[in-house]
Design a protein around this ligand. Structure first.
Ligand SMILES: [Zn+2]
Length: 173
């Protein structure tokens, strides 16, 4: 089978408190594109269909999660006091808050995407592995996480965190 790549767009907002960048401490937003690359676990062979049928399956679940849960989410570190504000005043909006262990940087988001897509693929028993996640944060700034630069097994994220779960979650509330 051949490698596959697909791209989706979403809007998001975040703020960075631990990062030494005063400009990023105020909530602000980006329109981002995420491109994922999947590698097949078997080599391409000529068959009747000559296509990787599970491709549509992998794409469908991923894009459903991006469209229904990631799009228009507010990304916050787990210790951000804004979470307390929403809990007390607007609990109905908690489902639109994506939480991060540490600052919600684009690097952390790419790592979370890598884990979530890997969880979906494992859950559907699809014959692919995630090779690369690329987030275009702005037209001039792209963050790339690859299997060479990221080890899904030893990444420092606690095992119970939402990126490891093959469900539609974006937080652990
Ligand atoms: Zn930003």
């Amino acid at each position: 089978m051949a490698a596959l790549e697909f791209t989706r767009r979403y809007a998001m907002a975040h703020r960075l408190l631990a990062t030494q960048s005063p400009k990023c401490a105020i909530p602000h937003g980006h329109n981002e594109f995420v491109t994922v690359r999947l590698d097949p676990i078997t080599t391409f062979k000529f068959t009747d269909t000559n296509s990787a049928a599970p491709f549509e399956l992998a794409k469908k679940r991923w894009h459903q999660w991006i469209d229904d849960h990631v799009d228009h989410a507010l990304h916050l570190g787990e210790s951000d006091p804004l979470i307390g504000y929403f809990r007390e005043n607007e609990p109905a909006l908690l489902k639109q808050i994506m939480t991060f262990q540490g600052d919600p940087t684009t690097e952390a988001l790419a790592a979370c995407f890598f884990l979530k897509l890997s969880a979906f693929i494992a859950d559907d028993k699809l014959p692919f592995t995630v090779r690369e996640v690329r987030i275009e944060e702005t037209p001039t700034n792209t963050v790339i996480i690859t299997r060479e630069t990221f080890d899904p097994a030893t990444n420092g994220l606690r095992p119970s965190a939402w990126p490891h779960r093959a469900d539609m979650s974006i937080n652990d509330f």
